[in-house]
Ligand binder design. Structure first.
Ligand SMILES: NC(=O)c1ccc[n+]([C@@H]2O[C@H](COP(=O)([O-])OP(=O)(O)OC[C@H]3O[C@@H](n4cnc5c(N)ncnc54)[C@H](OP(=O)(O)O)[C@@H]3O)[C@@H](O)[C@H]2O)c1
Length: 343
């Protein structure tokens, strides 16, 4: 196909943000798509995953992955369709998942080894599910909960960010394992969804009342596993309610990502000592060689209707800056996706 008739709109990092990301931190660039070289494919991006981690990738700081450079296309996971191919590995029309970046088209070589694209089958699950329950958030929830949280039937599992991407799957998996599951989320609507639609036993509205009171009411036997997505004051409060040998999974700390002052660490950490408890950080990429195991388990539960995959889809690549900020304003309901082109 002639590729240079296609215009590629890209969002590149223009400046390192201070606090919340501003429109001026982005540069929008539109350029024609170049011709393919041998071994390359052209992917039309359909959906982009909006992730809280993207905020961290914009900082010039040491982390589990290198920062996005100034002038570079913003990193993002996405699902797309191959529309041109000079690689024997991918055929036109195949759907793929990979790090597409925040742009309309991804073009490049697909090496035999190293980071590349995975084929996904829209006949097995909607494409959006591959960015949620069957994608990175689902793998984070599945392996983080099972391997670090190590929940046992009958135990109380508490998860913050309960109506979000990772949180929804953590709670639903814990229910499948026979645990008592309590969520923490912002607002009555989200809490109602978590209990009525996702089947959690209870949900604490941290915006509508005190987390401390909510924990006393809904976790009367204390907390055995806390899957923490938010950090800050909520983590500190939960530490006062943990049980002997409790496990705290540090998955994220979204309440701290836009701080212009130092990160607020838990003042109540000595509760770990008193309770011989454990607090452990997890990074989803560490489980990459076993994603197929997580996908099979979650896929089976989805197929049997035992768990749900809830997505919140914003339309239009041009709305990327506003969409990303929704995560930090609590405006997303389920896994936040940006639809770039009709699927
Ligand atoms: N370790 C890993 O490998 C890994 C992988 C994926 C994600 N994560 C982390 O997991 C967490 C959840 O990610 P996600 O993709 O599932 O996002 P998400 O929960 O779908 O969306 C973010 C949610 O965070 C909540 N939030 C925002 N600001 C908050 C604040 N100040 N205090 C409390 N809650 C706040 C909001 O929900 P409410 O309306 O309920 O406040 C918002 O909807 C993030 O911290 C992310 O960085 C880690």
């Amino acid at each position: 196909m002639t590729t240079n008739v296609l215009e590629n709109l890209q969002f590149r990092l223009a400046a390192r943000p201070v606090g919340m990301v501003k429109d001026s931190d982005w540069q929008q660039v539109a350029e024609p798509v170049r011709e393919l070289a041998d071994g390359e494919i052209l992917v039309k991006v359909l959906y982009l995953s909006m992730d809280p981690a993207m905020r961290g990738w914009m900082n010039d700081a040491k982390s589990y992955i290198r920062p996005v450079a100034i002038g570079e296309v913003m990193r993002a996971g996405g699902v797309g369709v191959v529309i041109a191919s000079k690689s024997p590995r991918f055929a036109v029309g195949e759907h793929v998942f990979g790090t597409t970046g925040v742009q309309r088209y991804w073009i490049g070589p697909v090496a035999e080894t190293g980071p590349s694209f995975l084929k996904v089958d829209p006949a097995l699950a909607p494409l959006t599910t591959y960015l949620n329950t069957l994608g990175m958030p689902g793998m984070t929830a599945y392996f983080g909960l099972l391997e670090s949280g190590q929940p046992k039937a009958g135990e109380t599992v508490l998860v913050s960010g309960a109506a979000g991407a990772v949180g929804q799957t953590v709670g639903q998996v814990a229910r499948q394992l026979g645990c008592r599951v309590v969520g923490i989320a912002g607002g009555k609507e989200k809490c109602d969804f978590v209990v009525k639609e996702l089947g959690f036993d209870a949900c604490i509205d941290y915006k509508g009342g005190s987390v401390r009171d909510g924990l006393k009411e809904h976790c009367p036997q204390g907390v055995d596993v806390y899957f923490d997505n938010v950090g800050g004051d909520i983590l500190d409060t939960v530490l006062t309610r943990i049980n002997l040998k409790a496990r705290i999974v540090i998955c994220g700390a979204i309440s701290q990502y836009n701080n212009t002052t130092p990160v607020k660490g838990p003042a109540n950490y000595l509760s770990l000592l008193v309770n011989r408890a454990r607090m452990e950080g997890i990074v989803v990429f560490d489980y990459a060689d076993r994603y197929h195991v997580g996908m099979a388990a979650l896929g089976q539960w989805l197929k049997e209707g035992k768990i749900k995959s809830k997505e919140d889809i914003v339309q239009g690549l041009e709305n990327f800056p506003q969409a990303l900020n929704m995560l930090f304003e609590g405006k997303n309901f389920g896994k936040l996706l940006l639809q770039v082109a009709p699927a």
